[in-house]
Design a protein around this ligand. Structure first.
Ligand code: SF4
Length: 129
């Protein structure tokens, strides 16, 4: 069975509209890309799409109840729900600094999760008042 998938390349601002033709799940052709980076992006987007995960996790003893976090690399789109579930059960101790690793090797994907903002410890804030 032959099918076509259309992908908008987001690698650069030009935003080429790329058409990927597949037969039985195998790529026959990639058209509409102006460069090789676009072809690679379209190939991955059709065969195994990946996304950066940005979410929040709970903080214990912090000036805020949660801290925003992100994966350091994109992860397979099909595992996003499972990854959110794994992070929903995580609670870290304040203080947290931007860039701190809050989870190593998320779902054994070899991708770490880091904080994207800082959260002070409540005790430290109280002592500063
Ligand atoms: S195919 Fe190349 S030129 Fe076109 S949007 Fe992607 S990166 Fe940019």
């Amino acid at each position: 069975m032959i099918r076509e998938a259309r992908v908008k390349c987001i690698v650069c601002p030009i935003g080429c509209e790329i058409t990927v033709t597949l037969r039985n799940g195998e790529i026959l052709s990639i058209k509409g890309n102006r460069c090789v980076r676009g072809a690679e992006y379209a190939r991955q987007e059709v065969l195994e799409p990946k996304r950066m995960l940005i979410t929040v996790i709970k903080v214990r003893g912090g000036s805020l109840p949660v801290v925003s976090v992100k994966t350091l690399k994109p992860i397979p789109k099909k595992l996003i729900s499972k990854a959110i579930e794994a992070l929903a059960n995580l609670e870290v101790e304040a203080p947290i600094k931007v860039g701190d690793t809050v989870m190593k090797n998320l779902l054994d994907l070899g991708v770490d999760v880091v904080a994207t903002r800082s959260v002070n410890s409540l005790r430290r804030e109280e002592s500063l008042q």
